[in-house]
Design a binder for this molecule. Structure first.
Ligand code: IMP
Length: 176
């Protein structure tokens, strides 16, 4: 049986400082506007919860979206479908898509196209982790927490087969 070990990559206190830094950047750019944060389920639920509290802003609203991707190994193509759509009206609003981790970039690309159909004033992406090695499409990430080259990461909302989401830090999975 395969066993995995976890190596701490980002400590809870480093995450906390980064989250308040990101909140400051967002307030600096959009502090005067009503904001809608859209978290991608399930991975971003802890990040979004901390970010929204760090923003400490009256006119901030929260929604979630969930997608499922199907990979086809024969063509290495991917199909992404929405399994839980946005419920708040976005027309004319300032929207921030809150992602746990951007890997190939396909999910963010798909979601940006989807969100634009709702005619927001602007959509920006805030990602806790920008993981570069497997990027297939260029996507704009205006607010980046940590840049990581590679590795499979868990904790702080991120899972490996639904495990480890509860961990307060981010860990790399080391398989043996
Ligand atoms: P992308 O479409 O390849 O950018 O993938 C984005 C999604 O894949 C994320 O929202 C995660 O759900 C998942 N994912 C990608 N890399 C990791 C990882 O290292 N750990 C956990 N989930 C990951």
């Amino acid at each position: 049986m395969n066993k995995e070990a976890l190596k701490l990559l980002i400590s809870p206190s480093d995450i906390a400082s980064k989250v308040s830094e990101l909140a400051k950047q967002i307030l600096n750019d959009h502090g005067e506007e009503e904001l809608i944060l859209i978290g991608t389920l399930k991975g971003s639920f802890i990040f979004l919860a901390d970010l929204v509290r760090a923003l400490d802003k009256k006119d901030v609203f929260i929604d979630f979206v969930r997608v499922k991707s199907y990979g086809y190994s024969d063509t290495s193509s991917e199909e992404i479908v929405i399994t839980k759509d946005i419920e708040l009206p976005l027309e004319g609003k300032t929207v921030i898509l809150v992602e746990d981790i951007v890997d190939t970039g396909l999910t963010v690309k798909f979601l940006l196209e989807h969100l634009k159909l709702h005619k927001p004033k602007i959509v920006k992406v805030c990602a806790l982790i920008d993981k570069r090695e497997r990027r297939k499409v260029d996507v704009p990430i205006e607010y980046v927490g940590f840049v990581v080259e590679k590795g499979f990461l868990v904790g702080y909302g991120l899972d490996y087969a639904e495990k480890y989401r509860h961990l307060p830090g981010v860990y790399e999975v080391i398989k043996s």
